[in-house]
Design a binder for this molecule. Structure first.
Ligand SMILES: Cc1cc2nc3c(=O)[nH]c(=O)nc-3n(C[C@H](O)[C@H](O)[C@H](O)COP(=O)(O)O)c2cc1C
Ligand code: SF4
Length: 681
C-alpha cells in the first residue's frame, strides 16, 4: 500500500533500505548524559528507519550552544561519545548520520567564553524565547574563514573515525554559520565572501568540497539547507543557487520555512503541505542527486504521495519518529492503528528550548528508554494478574487502562460522560487544536482490541458507589481529572476576586457555546487555552478583550515556538490584548483591571468574563482521602493527582501501569561523569 516508501535508494556510496529518514533533532541529553541519548537513537534504528541522524554536533568551541547539551566534535576528546552514538545506531540496524554544525552569530559562547564569530559584526541571538542579548559576534577575517574550514575538516575526519555512514552539513536557517554567509541580511561583507550570490555561496561550496575530499567513498554527504530567507520569496525558485550547488553533495534536504523550520513549519493546523511541496519543483529540475524535505508529514498517505509524486526521493521526519520510533516497522506490517500519531503539539520542542531532556505527549517512554528501562511497545508482563478499576477515561485513565491490560491485568474503565476523552474533548474543539483528539482516538482504538478491558461510559460514580464496588477490585486508579477554578488566585495573587454577581463568570469549558456578546477573557494559564478561546469567541461574533498579567499573550508558547504566530492571529482577528494587568473586581457589570506595576485601575463594562484560571483536582480525590476503609487501595493519577499538561497525564497513566505491583519504582539512571580525566584517558 505504501510501496513508494519501501523502495531502496542509493545516496552516494550508501544504500538506504527505504525512504523514511529519521531527521536530526535534539533530545536534551547530549554529551552530558550520552547513554540516554544513545538508547533513543538505537530504538529508532530498531524501529526500521532508513537512517538515523544525530542532533546538531558543534564542531568547535566557538560554536558553544551551552546550556543546551547536544553533541560535540570539537576534538578527539569527543570521539568516545560520537563513536558510541554511531555504533548504537548501526547496532539497531540503520546507517548513522552525523550533523556537523557551526552556529556562527547564533551562539554567544557563554560556556566557553570564546568570541562569537559571523560573516558580519552583529549581535548574537542564541536564546529562545528571543531575549535580545548585549553580546556581539566579530566579523570573520579571511584567516578566521580559513580556520573555520580547517575545523570543519577536522570534525569530518573525526566523524569518519567514529564510523558514521552519512555526514550532514548544516546550512539550516539563521542557526548555521554557512547559512548566515548565504543570507544577504546577515552577510554584508564586501570581500569575495559577500555581495553576489556566487560570493555568498563560496564558503558553503568550499566546505562541501573540503568535506567531499575527506569522505571519499567512505560516507555519503548530505546538506540540510533552508532557502526561504535567502532570496526574499518563500516559494523560490532560487534556481541560481541550485545551479551553483548542483553536484556538490549526494543528497539535499531543502526547507522553505522562514525564520527556522519549526517556528513557521510546525505552527497549528493552517499549514498547506501541498503548496509547500511545490516549492521543490525548481530544485527537482536542477539537482541530479536525491532530494528530501522536512515538512510535517502528518500521515503515511502524505509521505507516500510526496515520494510517489517524484518531487522528493525520500521523506525526512523528526516528530513522528519521536511519537513513534517504530513507525516504519508498523507501516511496513500494515499495522496502521498501532502507530502513535504525532499531534504537532511541540511539547518536545519545549524540552529542547528549556535545555532539558525532551519529552513527548504521545510517547511517554521517550527519553526513558535507558534511564528507566521503559519501552513504548514491549510491555513487562505482570507476575500476578490483578483486577483494577480505573475511574475516568481521559488521557491518564485511557493510557493506564491500555498499559495495565497489556501487562495482563483485568481492567474496568468507568467514565461518567457519554464519551471518553476528558479535557482533550474540550481542547480539540479550539481552533487549530483538532489534532489533540488523536491522544484519545489512538488509545481508544487500542483499548477496544484488548479483551481484558471492560469500558463503561455514562456511569455515575459517587463516593458510596466506589466504596460499595471496591471489594470486587484489587486496586482503584482515580483518573477523574481536574476542574477550572473560578477565582483569580495564583502564585502571585492571593486576593479573592471582589464580585457582586452582576457579571457572569464562565470557566473555559462552559464558554464554547455561549451566545455572542462583549467578552473579557482573563488568562492565568499562560499556555494555549485563553488565546484559542479568544479566536473561537471572536469568530462566534463576540467582541473579545484578552487580558493577562504578562507582557505578552500565551508566553509559555515561546517554548513551543508558537507565540509569534498565536499573537499575530489574535491581532489580525481584531482581538484587543491588554497586557500587565490583574483582574481585581467585577461589580455593576464592569470589570476592573489593575496594572501589575502601578496598581492603577481601569474599568470597562462587559457581558461576561471567561476566567482561564488555575486547575484543581476533582472533588472525588478529597472525598477518597477521608475514606479510611479504602486506605492503600487507590492511587490518584493524571490531573486527579496534580494538574498539568496532557502529556504529563499520559505519562502519569503510563508510569502507574508500569510500576503497579512492582516492588520498587523505576530508578532514574544517569551517565556518570569522568572526574579528573578527559574522555581520551
Ligand atoms: C525537539 C526537536 C529538536 C530539533 N533539533 C534539531 C537539530 O538539532 N538539528 C536539526 O537540523 N533540526 C532539528 N530539529 C528540526 C527537525 O529536524 C525537523 O526539521 C522539523 O522538526 C520538521 O520536521 P517534522 O515535522 O518531521 O518534525 C528539531 C526538531 C525537534 C522537534
Ligand atoms: S511532543 Fe507533540 S509534537 Fe512532539 S513528537 Fe510528541 S506528539 Fe509530536
Amino acid at each position: 500500500m505504501y510501496n513508494a516508501l519501501f523502495q531502496p535508494l542509493r545516496i552516494g556510496p550508501k544504500l538506504l533500505k527505504n525512504r523514511l529518514f529519521a531527521a536530526s533533532h535534539g533530545v536534551g541529553f547530549g554529551y552530558r548524559d550520552p547513554d540516554a541519548m544513545l538508547a533513543i537513537r538505537k530504538m529508532k534504528a530498531e524501529g526500521g528507519w532508513a537512517a538515523v541522524a544525530t542532533e546538531q554536533t558543534e564542531i568547535h568551541p566557538t560554536s558553544d550552544l551551552s546550556p543546551y547539551s547536544g553533541l560535540r566534535a570539537w576534538d578527539a576528546d569527543d570521539l568516545p561519545v560520537i563513536s558510541a552514538v554511531s555504533k548504537a545506531i548501526q547496532g539497531g540496524g540503520a546507517p548513522s548520520a552525523i550533523e556537523l554544525c557551526h552556529s556562527g552569530l547564533n551562539v554567544s559562547n557563554l560556556g566557553t567564553r570564546e568570541v562569537p564569530i559571523g560573516p558580519t559584526a552583529l549581535p548574537t541571538q542564541q536564546y529562545l524565547p528571543a531575549i535580545p542579548e548585549p553580546f556581539y559576534a566579530r566579523e570573520m577575517s579571511l584567516a578566521d574563514i580559513e580556520a573555520f574550514r580547517q575545523w570543519h575538516i577536522a570534525a569530518t575526519k573525526l566523524s569518519i573515525k567514529a564510523g558514521y555512514d552519512i555526514v550532514l552539513v548544516f546550512a539550516m536557517g539563521t542557526l548555521s554559520l554557512l547559512h548566515q554567509f548565504l543570507n544577504p541580511r546577515l552577510n554584508r561583507r564586501r570581500d569575495k565572501y559577500g555581495g553576489s550570490l556566487e560570493n555568498r555561496a563560496r564558503l558553503l561550496i568550499e566546505v562541501l568540497d573540503d568535506t567531499r575530499a575527506v569522505l571519499g567513498k567512505s560516507a555519503a554527504l548530505g546538506v540540510r539547507l533552508s532557502v526561504a530567507d535567502l532570496l526574499g520569496d518563500p516559494k523560490g525558485p532560487p534556481e541560481a543557487l541550485y545551479q551553483l550547488l548542483n553536484g556538490k553533495a549526494d543528497f539535499w534536504d531543502l526547507s522553505f520555512f522562514r525564520g527556522g523550520v519549526l517556528a513557521s513549519g510546525s505552527g497549528r493546523s493552517d499549514f498547506d503541505g501541498d503548496a509547500y511541496l511545490h516549492s521543490l519543483e525548481a530544485a527537482r529540475e536542477v539537482f541530479e542527486t536525491p532530494l528530501t524535505t522536512t515538512r510535517f508529514f502528518d500521515t503515511p498517505d502524505a509521505m507516500n504521495a510526496a515520494v510517489k509524486s517524484g518531487l522528493i526521493d525520500f521523506v525526512t521526519v523528526a516528530r513522528q519518529s519521536i511519537s513513534d520510533p517504530f513507525f516504519p516497522q508498523k507501516l511496513a506490517a500494515g499495522e496502521l492503528e498501532a502507530i502513535r500519531p504525532c499531534i504537532k503539539c511541540n511539547i518536545c520542542v519545549s524540552g529542547d528550548l528549556s535545555y532539558v531532556p525532551v519529552s513527548c505527549t504521545q510517547n511517554p517512554a521517550f527519553g526513558e528508554e535507558w534511564r528507566r528501562g521503559w519501552h513504548p511497545e514491549i510491555p513487562k508482563i505482570s507476575k500476578r494478574r490483578k483486577r483494577v478499576m480505573v475511574i475516568g477515561a481521559g488521557s491518564a485513565g485511557l493510557e493506564a487502562s491500555l498499559r495495565l491490560s497489556e501487562r495482563g491485568h483485568k481492567v474496568t474503565l468507568l467514565e461518567q460522560n457519554k464519551t471518553v476523552g476528558g479535557r482533550v474533548n474540550f481542547i480539540a474543539q479550539l481552533p487549530g487544536l483538532d489534532r489533540w483528539h488523536q491522544v484519545v482516538d489512538y488509545r481508544l482504538k487500542r483499548l477496544l482490541c484488548q479483551s481484558e478491558v471492560a469500558l463503561k461510559t455514562d456511569q455515575l460514580v459517587t463516593l458510596d458507589w466506589v466504596i460499595n464496588q471496591a471489594q470486587g477490585y484489587d486496586h482503584i486508579a482515580l483518573a477523574t481529572g481536574a476542574k477550572w477554578r473560578l477565582d483569580v488566585v495564583d502564585r502571585t495573587t492571593t486576593r479573592p476576586l471582589a464580585t457582586d454577581g452582576s457579571l457572569p463568570i464562565y470557566p473555559p469549558t462552559k464558554a464554547i457555546n455561549l451566545s455572542s456578546g462583549k467578552t473579557l477573557i482573563f488568562d492565568l494559564e499562560h499556555y494555549q487555552i485563553a488565546s484559542q478561546l479568544a479566536l473561537l469567541r471572536q469568530a462566534a461574533g463576540d467582541l473579545v478583550t484578552l487580558a493577562t498579567p504578562c507582557a505578552e499573550i500565551a508566553p509559555w508558547t515561546h517554548k513551543t515556538m508558537e507565540q509569534q504566530s498565536v499573537q499575530a492571529k489574535l491581532l489580525r482577528a481584531g482581538i484587543q490584548i491588554v497586557p500587565h494587568v490583574n483582574l481585581s473586581r467585577l461589580t455593576r457589570g464592569e470589570a476592573e483591571l489593575r496594572c501589575v506595576f502601578t496598581d492603577r485601575a481601569k474599568r470597562a463594562s462587559y457581558d461576561r468574563v471567561i476566567l482561564v484560571g488555575l486547575r484543581q483536582p476533582s472533588n472525588m480525590k478529597y472525598a477518597l482521602e477521608k475514606t479510611r476503609s479504602l486506605n492503600g487501595q487507590w492511587t490518584a493519577i493524571g490531573e486527579a493527582d496534580v494538574p498539568g499538561t496532557v502529556g504529563q497525564s499520559v505519562r502519569s497513566g503510563f508510569k502507574f501501569a508500569l510500576e503497579f505491583e512492582e516492588a520498587v519504582a523505576t530508578e532514574v539512571k544517569r551517565t556518570r561523569p569522568l572526574v579528573g580525566k578527559t574522555q581520551r584517558e
